[in-house]
Design a protein around this ligand. Structure first.
Ligand code: FES
Ligand code: FES
Length: 150
């Protein structure tokens, strides 16, 4: 079946299977920043924005993107660069596998929450796991990013 969507601000028409996950459709269409970690909506590495709302793309059927806007880290270049710089400055730049999903989730959080404290950040990002486990430095970097964005 064909679906029409807006991917990172550009119109696209894709042929997808009814049971195909949005994650698979994205990767099949070359959006390889969206990573498969768990495939069970548990790790957050596949997070994308669907009409501005963060969702685990492994758990969203691709047909649900029909007529909607999908944003991946490629659609957030300024935010990705700024958060990346903060992660590096705080020593939280490890393997980077979780980073594309983290950037998307942090951007969603910054739009949703006004001046979140550490507890609110950790609560919001509880679904974004990092196998390298640098959560303390990662949280510092996110706080720095939010402060610099003010
Ligand atoms: S791969 Fe989707 S949440 Fe882990
Ligand atoms: S930096 Fe390696 S998984 Fe997060």
């Amino acid at each position: 079946m064909n679906i029409s969507l807006e991917l990172n601000g550009r119109s696209a028409t894709w042929d997808v299977e009814p049971g195909e996950a949005l994650l698979d459709a994205l990767r099949r269409h070359g959006v390889l920043s969206v990573k498969r970690g768990c495939d069970t909506a548990s790790c957050g590495t596949c997070t994308v924005l669907l009409d501005g709302v963060p969702v685990p793309s492994c758990a969203v059927p691709a047909p649900r993107a029909d007529g909607r806007a999908v944003t991946t880290v490629e659609g957030l270049p300024d935010e990705a660069a700024r958060l990346g710089a903060c992660l590096a400055a705080e020593g939280a730049d490890q393997c980077g596998f979780c980073a594309p999903g983290l950037v998307v989730a942090v951007v969603a959080m910054s739009r949703e929450l006004e001046d979140p404290d550490e507890a609110a950040i950790n609560h919001y990002l509880a679904g974004n796991l990092c196998r390298c486990g640098g959560y303390v430095s990662q949280t510092r970097a996110i706080r720095r990013y939010l402060q610099e964005a003010r």
